[in-house]
Design a protein around this ligand. Structure first.
Ligand code: GSH
Length: 184
């Protein structure tokens, strides 16, 4: 989304995680997506790719607010919330864990604080959309899709509204089309 927003033209190589092409592993042996190869650089962390793209162009000032608070949201999302999301998404891999406790922990950690933040402003950091909303909403979308009925019954009206806005955005739709799988 950040690359599209910044108007970066790129060659998109869709890969199969089960069958990673050699060219990808040569560029980035860590073997995760996304990977951006540009200007002789290999960026293989989503946030680095976002930062690079916004450094090139940031027409609606997604970076206007870049504070300790932004870092705190991102660290909480990418660390403990991502771990809980995986446990909630793949209960078979974590059969020793209690699903209700995982859900409760995820709500306390992320959804409740988000609802509180959205009570005082439209976006996570204020009344302006920032890169933090864009970096976090795909995780909340995944969370909402694990058990949509359970998610719909949660008392977080504002988080649901916020999520809906992002999922229905033109920008999100414009990057969600399918690509043929790249073969070296
Ligand atoms: N912190 C990395 C995480 C990247 C990551 O773990 N990507 C997953 C897919 S969402 C992946 O490529 N996993 C490798 C695999 O499943 O083989 C980032 O934000 O770029």
């Amino acid at each position: 989304m950040a690359l599209k927003y910044a108007g970066i033209e790129l060659e998109h190589r869709e890969i199969e995680l089960r069958n990673k092409p050699q060219s990808m592993l040569l560029a980035s042996p860590k073997g995760t997506v996304p990977v951006l190869c540009v200007d002789g650089l290999v960026l293989d962390q989503s946030l680095d790719i976002m930062r690079w793209a916004l450094g090139k162009s940031d027409p609606q000032s997604w970076r206007a607010v870049d504070t300790v608070l932004s870092q705190a949201w991102i660290e909480k999302n990418d660390g403990p919330f991502k771990a809980l999301l995986d446990q909630y998404k793949y209960p078979n891999r974590y059969s020793e864990l209690n699903q209700e406790e995982i859900l409760g922990a995820a709500l306390d950690l992320m959804l409740k604080p988000m609802e509180l933040a959205l009570e005082s402003h439209q976006y996570l950091l204020g009344d302006k959309l920032t890169w933090v909303d864009i970096a976090i909403f795909p995780f909340i979308r995944q969370f909402s899709m694990v058990n949509p009925r359970e998610f719909n019954e949660l008392p977080f009206v504002l988080v649901k509204q916020w999520l809906k806005q992002h999922v229905e955005s033109e920008l999100f739709h414009s990057v969600m089309n399918k690509h043929p799988v790249w073969v070296d």
